[in-house]
Every structure is written in structure tokens, then in C-alpha cells.
Design a protein around this ligand. Structure first.
Ligand SMILES: Nc1nc2c(c(=O)[nH]1)N[C@H]1C(S)=C(S)[C@@H](COP(=O)(O)O)O[C@H]1N2
Ligand SMILES: [Mo]
Length: 506
């Protein structure tokens, strides 16, 4: 009996961890959602019809309750098994988690999210909890020795089991609350219509997209765009309550509502955004068409004082970035962005409003869910990452990457192609050079750029000879500078070095 309770408590805490993990990392991949969805898809029509006939619109709720009841019975059985044959229940918990995780992967609609994670965590947590609870229950030999010890030890077990179950319920509630906030704002976002830009982004020039299988797409789809957040939970900001305050060293303070922002002229521009943590050859970089109002217009209204040199932007989540005032007032398209690739900003990319500043790493410029711009000075205020050892200024460094052939992949001998992307946003790229083994550096074909604010694709034909080869690339900036070979780590202000891939040709 007690062992059955241990099994049930373990299952509850496992489910709680799984559902909370789903709310945080992979919305549609909670263990219950996965099993429910799979059952609905697998159920024969007569079963669905019967369910609807019996439960009507509550059929989904009935299904979830049904799954819950099956789980309770199974968990009780696993508890009893574990008490008799140690490890049997624990390993079955892990196995169930792994199976549900595998189903989750086949069903997931959370692009780029670890859909296997919630169920795997649920299984592992359930297993751990069962192991500990049965440990308390079976007890240590000295506790068993004295018969009179039985009552306190049973009470102790019930306290542990009750606590475990309560924790699971609390986690489930936390997950539900987190998800409810997200779904409310998602509904608002889905209903939004973006204003038309008064200055639309020019179409990419002819030839900007090279026909090379496997090369990085010129425009990164939203679902594939890298993400960097200090917040564990994606903040949910309702546009109706969003406000932006511009204050500090200004002649005139400005406060802006969502409706006021939407009424302002909108610019559309393509900008490559990169993370300072991007390693040489890394993929923490993306290129999107952003829609927004130029920040320089707002600052012109606010009129910064002559001695100001920085804007400290703050997010609802407390993240801050220090952006040189100049980058926000010169003629580049630094935007208070509301749109990304023709859609309202995705929640994870800063809905409803973020900053996008051509030429600067994200950590000093691209504040998501932005609500406050304080005009100030670098010697007066410090931003989130500056306090953690990163440079207070972060211009994006000249870089190039080999996408094709992929490192470690075998290549067939004969006519082949080497291709990739190169970037130094707001400076532009003039050339890319490629070296094979210890040969000469040769110029690659450079596709025309959308603008100096975006990356460019490049390629070079290669007659691949059998054997092991080393391929390296380096870019030349539009300012004439050649990308440095000196290798530097991302901290404190961005990685440098030549991207090098080892290839086997056969
Ligand atoms: N509020 C907030 N804004 C933020 C961050 C953050 O952690 N919180 N990360 C920054 C960093 S380090 C980068 S590289 C970019 C990444 O933007 P993305 O997640 O839309 O790709 O956002 C920037 N803006
Ligand atoms: Mo970043």
C-alpha cells in the first residue's frame, strides 16, 4: 500500500517537472499533451465518435483525465514492483519517459525547441523520486530492527510522499500559469496587422542568392533564427500595456504607447544580427527583414544634451544594453522594431517591440521587450553584460564562414563547390578568399549584397582530389581590412580567426 503511494507521488512530481519544462522550453511537448495527441491521432473513428457522444466538447478533458487515471494505476503498480524488486520500477519510469520523449520528437511543432526534453525530465524525475521514496519506505536496517520504530518511520514516509506530490502539483500549476500568459499574448499577436512601411526594404539584388545546396539562406526564417535570452521564461508583454519612456540627459522626455508607435512612419530594412558569443564558424547569427520606426527620429524629438554619449536600453525582464548614442542618431537604420520577416515579432524575439542596430553585437544593442531608453554616459551607467566582464562597446567584427562542404562530411572527388557567408554589418564585405591546404589564397565569387548591413553569400568552384584537405576562408571588409588570423575567444568583445574545416575527399 505504502509502496503504491510512493509510485503515485513519484509520478505526480515527474509530471509536474515535465509540464513546467514544456511551458518554459517546448510549449506543445508536455508529457500529457504528447500522449493525448498521439492517442487522438491513433484512435479509430468509432472511438472518437463514442468519446464525443459521451463527453461532447469535454472530450479532450475526459481524455486527459483518462490518461491521468491510467498513469495513477501504472505508477501504483510500479511503486509495488520497486519495493519488491529494487530498480524495476525506477527503470520503467525512465523507459516510459524516453518513449514519450521519442513520440514527442515525431509530433513536435516547436521549431528548434527540445521537444524531447520535458518527457525525458519527467521520466528521470519520477525515477529519482521513486528511488528516494522507496528508500525511505524500506528504510535502513537499523530502523527495521526495532518494531516500535515502525510508526514514526511510516509517518516520515507519508510526509516525504505528501511533500513530493505537493511539489509536483505546485510545478504543474506554475507551468499552467506560464502557459496561460503566453497563450493570451499569442492571441493578441495573431490578431495584429502590421502597418505598411513608408520606406519598404528593397528586394535583394539579382544574384544575391547563390544556387548552392546547403548554403545558409540569405534571409533567416523566424523559426530558425538563433535566440539569446537571459530570462528563463519568455516575457509576455501585452501591446495594450506597453510603454516606452525616453528620458535622462534629454531636453524633453518622451513617453510612447503602442498605438502612438504604430501611427509613426515605418521603415523596413534588412539587417544581420550577430551574437558576441558566436564562435568562429558558429551559427549565433541571422539575417532578417525588420520593420520599425527609426530611433534617431525619437531621439531628435527628445534632444539629448551635448555631453551624453550612450543610451541604456532596458527590457521588462531587467536586461540592459549600452549603445553608443552615435549609432542611434547617425544615418543608419537603428530601429524600434515591431516586425520580423513580415510578421509581428515572435514572442521569443521581443514582442511587441525590440531594438535592432546595424553593426553592433546584440548584447549592446538589440534589447528585446524594450520599455525604457535612458540617455546617459558610458562613465555613468553600465549594462547587463558589461557587469559580467564583457566589453562596454561591441561593434561586430569582420567574419566569414564555410557552410559547404560541412566539416567532417565526406566529399566525392571531382567538380565540387566551397561556399558560405561573410559579414561585417554596417561596414560591408568587399571580398572573400579561400585557401585549400597550403595553396594560394584565391578570390571566391561574391554575390551582390542587399546592403552593407547584411551578410553576403560567396562560393568557389573546387576540383576535389582524393585525400584529406584543410579549407580556410577569410573576408576583406569594404574598408580594405583583411580578416585577422589571430584567434580570439568570444569574451570580451567577439571571436576572431579564420574558419577552418577538415574535409575528406574520396
Ligand atoms: N531582453 C533581452 N534582450 C536581449 C537579450 C536578452 O537576453 N534579453 N539578449 C541580447 C543578445 S546577447 C543578443 S545576441 C540578441 C539576440 O536576439 P535574438 O534572440 O532575437 O536572436 O538579443 C539581445 N537582446
Ligand atoms: Mo548575444
Amino acid at each position: 500500500m505504502m509502496a503504491a503511494i510512493a509510485g503515485i507521488a513519484a509520478a505526480i512530481v515527474g509530471v509536474g517537472v515535465g509540464e513546467l519544462a514544456a511551458a518554459l522550453f517546448a510549449a506543445t511537448s508536455g508529457p500529457f499533451t504528447v500522449v493525448g495527441g498521439a492517442l487522438i491521432d491513433a484512435a479509430p473513428t468509432w472511438a472518437k465518435d463514442t468519446a464525443i457522444a459521451w463527453f461532447g466538447t469535454a472530450d479532450k478533458v475526459a481524455l486527459l483525465i483518462g490518461i491521468g487515471l491510467v498513469l495513477v494505476v501504472a505508477a501504483a503498480a510500479l511503486g509495488l514492483c520497486e519495493a519488491r524488486w529494487r530498480r524495476s520500477g525506477v527503470s520503467t519510469f525512465v523507459a516510459i519517459g524516453a518513449i514519450v520523449a521519442a513520440i514527442a520528437v515525431t509530433r513536435s511543432s516547436d521549431a528548434g525547441m527540445p521537444s524531447w526534453l520535458p518527457s525525458l525530465l519527467a521520466g528521470a524525475t519520477g525515477a529519482l523520486a521513486l528511488h528516494l521514496l522507496v528508500g525511505v519506505l524500506v528504510g535502513r536496517p537499523e530502523a527495521d530492527a526495532a518494531a516500535h520504530a515502525e510508526l514514526p518511520s511510516r509517518r516520515r514516509f507519508l510526509a516525504w510522499a505528501g511533500g513530493t506530490a505537493a511539489l509536483g502539483i505546485a510545478l504543474t500549476i506554475a507551468g499552467t500559469v506560464a502557459r496561460a500568459g503566453t497563450s493570451a499574448v499569442t492571441t493578441v499577436r495573431d490578431a495584429l496587422r502590421l502597418p505598411k512601411p513608408s520606406a519598404p526594404a528593397p528586394a535583394p539584388p539579382a544574384g544575391a542568392v547563390l544556387d548552392v545546396p546547403g548554403i545558409t539562406p540569405l534571409i533567416t526564417p523566424n523559426a530558425d533564427f538563433y535566440r539569446i535570452d537571459t530570462a528563463i521564461v519568455v516575457p509576455t508583454v501585452d501591446p495594450a500595456s506597453w510603454r516606452l519612456r525616453i528620458h535622462g540627459m534629454v531636453a524633453e522626455e518622451i513617453e510612447l504607447t503602442w498605438d502612438e508607435l504604430l501611427a509613426l512612419p515605418m521603415t523596413e530594412t534588412t539587417v544581420t544580427l550577430s551574437c558576441v558569443s558566436n564562435e568562429v564558424g558558429g551559427d549565433l547569427i541571422g539575417n532578417a527583414v525588420w520593420l520599425g520606426h527609426p530611433i534617431r527620429e525619437l531621439l531628435a524629438r527628445a534632444r539629448p544634451t551635448a555631453d551624453a554619449d550612450m543610451v541604456l536600453s532596458t527590457s521588462v525582464d531587467g536586461f540592459t544594453a549600452s549603445t553608443p548614442l552615435e549609432a542611434l542618431t547617425d544615418d543608419r537604420d537603428a530601429l524600434l522594431a515591431i516586425g520580423m520577416n513580415g510578421e509581428p515579432l515572435p514572442l521569443a524575439h521581443g514582442f511587441p517591440v525590440r531594438m535592432v542596430v546595424p553593426g553592433l553585437y546584440g548584447y549592446v544593442s538589440a534589447t528585446k521587450w524594450v520599455t525604457d531608453l535612458e540617455v546617459t554616459r558610458f562613465d555613468r551607467d553600465r549594462a547587463y553584460w558589461t557587469d559580467r566582464g564583457w566589453s562596454e562597446r561591441g561593434p561586430i567584427k569582420l567574419q566569414s564562414r564555410i557552410d559547404v562542404p560541412r566539416a567532417g562530411r565526406d566529399v566525392a572527388a571531382g567538380d565540387s563547390v566551397i561556399a558560405g557567408v561573410a559579414w561585417q554589418p554596417h561596414t560591408g564585405v568587399a571580398a572573400v578568399e579561400v585557401q585549400i591546404d597550403d595553396g594560394d589564397w584565391r578570390r571566391a565569387e561574391l554575390a551582390p549584397a542587399i546592403s552593407d548591413d547584411t551578410w553576403v553569400q560567396w562560393r568557389m568552384p573546387w576540383s576535389a582530389e582524393p585525400g584529406d584537405h584543410r579549407i580556410r576562408c577569410r573576408a576583406v571588409g569594404a574598408d580594405g581590412e583583411t580578416q585577422t588570423e589571430a584567434s580570439a575567444p568570444p569574451a570580451p568583445d567577439g571571436a576572431t580567426g579564420w574558419h577552418t574545416v577538415a574535409i575528406n575527399v574520396r
